[in-house]
Ligand binder design. Structure first.
Ligand code: SF4
Ligand code: SF4
Length: 486
């Protein structure tokens, strides 16, 4: 893939393109298959983003009733039936690796699919452009409006556009903070001025960034700021399906009249009628006929624009389509196109997604709902008692990840018979073993003392295992440590 700056009229004339100010792009409205797909994805993704915080999920009286929420104060993340504790942040790592693999797979199959359809920058820019078209009209009208001198009409249109943009941006920032607190309560607090300062600050920051990025910077983010096009270009291969102008079919291009003239002269006339509809529909200002370019986000809108032209002039659709340069070359030399979806890289990415997904699922299904962390006293490491026994002290934290209070019996493994265990704050004991209670979805810390048996000759260091057993379910957790005697 090459960086064809000359191909992009948004970047000025060849020679001065590197330092020229960007020219404003006025993409025209298009209708067709890919536009419909983009609308569908836009509605689904934005609908999900804006309304998900209001979906309720009953986790009992001691946990938030919001389906998706990051509870920073409580140090928990909730995703429907899944509750993630801080020490389980590896799930997030797994999700990020999965997302990266999915991105690589998309890229190997069809280039910048993510950029064209799913990237938040694309989705919000699409929405902002729809508002722009609604308030200022389509491409030609907007160009004329920008050229026209200021009037009440122009002011009204511009003001309505910016007002609606700001409202969307504000709601975007507002929706974001709702993921960090109980949404209905926070909405009330925000409206009555009682929400935390951080909530207002984040709404302000996100309102500004959404308005700036989706309203004003648009394609500049994709072309100049985002690193993905560069990475993507290094990862792609000749079989990936990119939005491609099939020059074998389109060239030599020319108006309909010129085409007819060429045909009358017995010369080949391409299907491209040089109408510039593909260029005028492009949100990044790319003329795809100049070849695959980094600026192209693979949104497919030029395909729709060109298909509409082909339909009008009675030619088969698909002069621009998801294809690759290799196939265009093959066809131009009279050989059939060759599509190869299954290739080593697509197989490896798909396999990695399946393996990582399976490992994560296994870890999720078999995760334990109790845990025990042990910290041995540092100073003193051990204490010789007047009766000859040795005492070791520990700070033990017990985790109860279930939404109900639980009782655990403390146990000890690998210490000689007669070892005494004392838990400060224990609720009771059974057979000499202390019982402790831990509240729902809580951790509780205990001071634990171990006394070696009377008369036992303890080695310098004895590996031991602390054990807790749920008195009701028998669920068990263990943690290893040492008993020090010298
Ligand atoms: S060239 Fe076509 S696919 Fe690429 S960004 Fe422009 S409209 Fe989208
Ligand atoms: S829209 Fe199609 S016919 Fe028109 S200039 Fe682009 S490629 Fe040629």
């Amino acid at each position: 893939m090459r960086i064809d700056r000359d191909a992009n009229p948004a970047h000025g004339e060849p020679g001065d393109e590197w330092f020229a100010a960007s020219k404003k792009i006025y993409p025209m409205a298009v209708h067709g298959r890919f536009r419909k797909i983009k609308w569908t994805i836009l509605i689904l993704t934005l609908g999900l983003y804006y309304f998900l915080p209001f979906v309720r999920w009953d986790r009992g009286p001691d946990a938030p009733g919001q389906a998706v929420m990051v509870d920073l104060a409580g140090r928990r993340a909730y995703l429907f039936f899944i509750e993630i504790w801080p020490q389980e942040v590896y799930y997030l790592t797994g999700l990020l690796i999965l997302a990266a693999m999915a991105l690589f797979l998309m890229n190997a199959v069809a280039g910048r699919l993510w950029c064209g359809y799913l990237c938040p920058q694309t989705v919000w820019t699409d929405l902002f452009m729809a508002v722009e078209r609604w308030t200022e009209g389509d491409r030609r009208e907007r160009m004329n409006l920008d050229k026209a001198s200021w009037s009440a009409g122009k002011l009204g249109r511009k003001a309505s556009k910016h007002f609606l943009w700001l409202m969307i941006a504000w709601w975007t920032g507002g929706a974001w903070v709702l993921y960090f607190a109980d949404a209905p309560t926070l909405v009330k607090d925000l409206a009555t001025g009682q929400a935390p300062m951080a909530a207002y600050a984040w709404i302000g920051i996100l309102t500004f960034t959404t308005y700036a990025l989706a309203g004003h910077m648009r394609e500049q983010v994709c072309v100049f700021m985002c690193p993905w096009p560069r990475i993507q270009a290094a990862l792609t291969d000749e079989y990936a399906l990119n939005v491609t102008y099939r020059w074998d079919r389109g060239e030599p291009r020319g108006s309909l009249k010129q085409g007819l003239k060429r045909q009358a002269e017995g010369l080949k006339a391409g299907d491209c009628v040089d109408c510039y509809q593909c260029l005028h529909s492009c949100p990044t200002g790319v003329d795809i006929r100049k070849g695959t370019q980094l600026d192209c986000i693979q949104c497919g809108l030029c395909i729709d624009a060109c298909d509409a032209v082909m339909e009008k002039i009675g030619k088969p659709k698909g002069l621009i389509g998801y294809d690759n340069d290799q196939n265009v070359q093959e066809r131009s030399e009279g050989r059939p196109a060759h599509y190869q979806l299954l290739r080593p890289r697509t197989i490896v990415y798909a396999a990695l997604i399946a393996i990582i997904g399976a490992v994560m699922l296994y870890a999720l299904v078999t995760r334990s709902f109790e845990g025990i962390n042990v910290l041995h006293d540092r100073n003193p490491i051990y204490v010789k008692q007047s009766d000859g026994t040795t005492r070791n002290g520990y700070t033990i934290r017990i985790l109860n990840k279930r939404p109900l209070a639980r009782d655990f019996v403390f146990g000890l493994e690998h210490m000689p018979f007669g070892t005494r265990i004392e838990v400060v704050g224990a609720e009771g004991e059974v057979g000499g073993y202390p019982i402790v209670s831990v509240g729902p979805d809580r951790t509780r810390e205990f001071r634990v003392l171990l006394f070696s048996p009377l008369g036992a000759d303890m080695p310098k260091s004895t590996p031991i295992t602390f054990r807790i057993v749920d008195t009701r379910t028998g669920d068990t957790a263990r943690a290893d440590d040492y008993f020090k005697a010298e």
